[in-house]
Design a protein around this ligand. Structure first.
Ligand code: SF4
Ligand code: SF4
Length: 345
């Protein structure tokens, strides 16, 4: 069955990886989602400015060229971030895309100038009240999701499901997913030093009676303050809820497409413990693995997590990386946790 199958080509320092990836995509039928005249979103993370671990642009250019050769109208797309770095609004995001080499196709920031362009769709699970799918994704006829496998401080692991659930929705839906986590200050440890206030993007913690209060509705559980606290007084709780939210939002995004109109390519190279959203690349913890291609976000992420030491990621981030996969499976999405792996030369 198509959704249970993942195609794979091994990373090689002695072979042409563009040729290998092109053959892989062809064999996996990645471009079968494209029909003549389709507006085809190529959803990707262009990389935060300063972090070199994003997918190399020449791979993405090949995908764009193939879509165009089939009569589709390709555009690159991603959404604005909640946090105030270099992808926080459409102007900065487009400049970052160009700076990082994505200048060969229109780059459309899917949720508008500041995150205002979203279409509200029902959530497939009560965990989220609703999901605001970014406008340019919602209105696309087909989508090829190109992801870079890496660790993620809140989700444990980031791949295709994360690119769907977080990368294809507006700031409002991003915030709701992050706030599924609880943030707690241990009163017996907090010294009221204020380091957390200085560490926060928005200065949100309040110090009252020598105690940090974390009650702002704008808090995104990022958690810079937790990492900065010298007393280790801040902790996140209900860690499985954010990965669940990713799966729920991801499925809501997929449900806006007709069946068979979304495919996936995952790059497992330059695999670091933190995600491409960070300004610094983080610690590499695995050898370059290769490239995966599939028609299911679940199957392709399952093959990716199986190829790396996922227990290491779970340990350092304190969350089960496979939770997002199990959740999207529980929601009835196609694919499997142990896909058939077809190795391509
Ligand atoms: S940094 Fe830690 S110890 Fe200092 S005020 Fe914040 S929570 Fe309390
Ligand atoms: S988790 Fe901490 S640093 Fe992050 S937004 Fe909330 S208060 Fe600010």
């Amino acid at each position: 069955m198509k959704m249970n199958r993942v195609y794979f080509t091994k990373w090689s320092q002695t072979a042409n990886m563009l040729t290998k990836t092109a053959s892989l995509c062809e064999e996996a039928g990645i471009f079968d989602v494209v029909e003549k005249g389709d507006k085809v979103a190529v959803n990707l993370h262009v990389g935060e400015l300063g972090n070199p671990n994003y997918v190399r642009p020449f791979f993405v250019k090949h995908i764009v060229d193939e879509i165009a050769s089939r009569g589709g109208k390709p555009f690159l797309t991603d959404t604005t971030t909640y946090y105030p770095l270099k992808r926080n609004n459409a102007v900065d995001h487009m400049q970052t895309a160009v700076a990082n080499g994505f200048n060969f196709a229109p780059f459309i920031v899917a949720d508008g100038l500041v995150g205002e362009n979203g279409i509200t769709v029902p959530s497939p699970d009560p965990l989220l009240s609703e999901v605001e799918v970014a406008g340019a994704v919602y209105h696309a006829d087909a989508m090829i999701v190109v992801s870079h496998l890496k660790g993620h401080p809140l989700a444990g692991f980031g791949g295709a499901i994360k690119n769907l659930g977080m990368g294809c929705v507006t700031k409002k839906s991003k915030l709701e997913q992050h706030r599924l986590l609880d943030i707690v200050v241990d009163e017996s440890r907090c010294q009221g030093c204020g380091t957390c206030v200085d560490a926060c993007w928005f200065g949100l913690p309040r110090i009252e009676n020598d105690l940090a209060i974390m009650d702002s509705p704008l808090c995104m559980r990022c958690p810079l303050c937790k990492n900065a606290c010298p007393e280790e007084a801040i902790r996140l709780e209900n860690r499985d809820r954010l990965p669940s939210g990713l799966a729920v939002a991801g499925l809501a995004v997929l449900d806006t497409f007709e069946s068979g109109k979304v495919s996936f390519v995952n790059f497992a190279n330059d695999i670091s413990t933190v995600c491409d959203c960070a300004q610094a690349p983080g610690t590499k913890f695995a050898e370059d693995v290769g490239v995966f291609a599939a028609h299911s976000a679940l199957s392709i992420d399952a093959a990716g997590t199986d190829s790396i030491d996922i227990r290491h990621l779970n340990e350092i981030h304190g969350v089960d990386s496979l939770h997002q996969l199990r959740k999207i499976q529980d929601l009835g999405y196609g694919g499997v946790l142990t896909p058939e792996l077809i190795v391509c030369e």
